[in-house]
Structures are given as C-alpha cells and as structure tokens.
Design a protein around this ligand. Structure first.
Ligand SMILES: Cc1cc2nc3c(=O)[nH]c(=O)nc-3n(C[C@H](O)[C@H](O)[C@H](O)COP(=O)(O)O)c2cc1C
Length: 214
C-alpha cells in the first residue's frame, strides 16, 4: 500500500514536470523575441568617406543592430533592417527552429523590400551567426539579391565563432566585389567605445585600400 502511494506520488511529480516543460516550450514558441534594452547610442566621432553607403542588416536580439548603427554613423550611410513576415520565436525555441530550418534550407519570407543596390557605392551586410553560419533571414535576402558588381562588405556578430559565415557569404553574394569582412564577439558585453575602436580600425583599413585602388 505504501509502495503504491509512493509510485502515485512519483507519477504525479513526473506529470507536473512534463506539463510545466511543455507549457514553457509552447509559450516560448509563440513569444515574439524581446529586444535587448538599447544601450544609449552615443554617435562615434570617427568618420570615413567611402562614397554612398548602405548598411543592411538582420538582428534578432539587437547585437547586429548595434554594430550596424555604429558602422552607419561612421560612414554617413543609410540603414536598412531586414524583417521577416513571420517573427521567429524567442530562445530557446529559436535555437531548435533555426537548426531545423537550416537543415531543410528553409528561408523565411521577408517583409522588407529589396533595396536598390545600384544606388550605392558600398554595401555593408550584417547578420548574426546562427549555428556556425549566416542567419536564415540574411540567406533569404542574399538568395534574392544581385549586387551588380558593387563593393560588398560582410560583418557578423557572434557568441564565440563565425564557422563558415564568410565562406558561405562569398558563395551566396551574387556579383559582389567583396572587401574584408569582420566578426564582432559578445557585442552586448563590450563597451560601446571599444566596439567603436574595433569598427574604426577596420573601416580605416578599408578606406586606405579603397584610396589606393584605381
Ligand atoms: C539560433 C542561434 C544560433 C546561434 N549559433 C551561434 C554559433 O554557432 N556560434 C556563435 O558564436 N554564436 C551563435 N549564436 C549567438 C549569436 O550569433 C550572437 O548572440 C549574435 O550576436 C546575436 O545577434 P543579434 O543580437 O543581432 O541577433 C547563435 C544564436 C542563435 C539565436
């Protein structure tokens, strides 16, 4: 009798745990990602003249958006955020969904219209790293784009490593004249001034190269 009660109690605990876990997964699957509170944006002082610049980016939690804003401010460019028609779920479901969609090469439909790349001299393209590669919304943009011989400069934000991001980018960016890209790690944890420094050294190298090429 005592053993029976114990088994019942154990079953009850197990059922409760399963219900809580399932509920949490369903809830997080339908939750729209919450943007990290924006850090106060202090416009960087450095400026680089690269001609007419477009900075196009996708960002799920704000890191790539922050890098994009800073690049844009330093190059006096135009900023364009890529949005998907259907929002992705928040973490942890985002990890599962991104992995599944990546395995099935399932790219999302974009809400944002394709920009007119011909109107710019230089196009920066930024995306987070998802599962060691380019985030799916950016792959979606690339699959519909033709850069028509323009200078295209990729950048990514990541937790620890960029995997095949830049190799894949070189494969996917149709008719792009690629310039040296950059990866930013742990953007939310580094001081804005340090991020600016990193962007600044990168941009000055690009500007120098551009000034030397015919
Ligand atoms: C689905 C998913 C997969 C990720 N995979 C990687 C990865 O393979 N390597 C890595 O360094 N970071 C990975 N990250 C971390 C993000 O690249 C990093 O937090 C990035 O800065 C997020 O950019 P965002 O805030 O603009 O969305 C992943 C994040 C998500 C949501």
């Amino acid at each position: 009798m005592k053993t029976g009660r114990r088994i019942l109690k154990l079953l009850w605990i197990l059922v409760s745990i399963v219900v809580v876990l399932v509920g949490w997964f369903i809830w997080s699957a339908h939750r729209v990602p919450i943007q990290r509170a924006a850090r106060t944006f202090s416009a960087p002082a450095m400026r680089y003249d690269l001609g007419k610049v477009l900075v196009v980016y996708y960002s799920s939690t704000g890191n790539t958006a922050e890098a994009a804003q800073r690049i844009c401010a330093m190059t006096n460019g135009s900023l364009l955020e890529i949005e998907t028609q259907e929002p992705y779920p928040a973490a942890p479901m985002l990890f599962v969904r991104a992995k599944l969609d990546q395995s099935n090469s399932k790219y999302p439909v974009l809400k944002t219209a394709l920009p007119d790349f011909a109107a710019y001299d230089v196009i920066f393209v930024g995306s987070p790293v998802w599962w060691s590669s380019i985030a799916l919304p950016m792959l979606s943009l690339l699959s519909h784009s033709d850069f028509g011989g323009k200078t295209v400069i990729p950048f990514c934000t990541q937790g620890g490593g960029s995997g095949d991001f830049f190799l894949r980018f070189a494969r996917e960016a149709r008719n792009a004249k690629l310039a040296e890209g950059i990866a930013f790690s742990g953007v939310s944890k580094i001081a804005p001034s340090d991020l600016d420094q990193k962007i600044s050294s990168w941009l000055s190298a690009i500007a120098l190269k551009a000034s030397r090429s015919p």
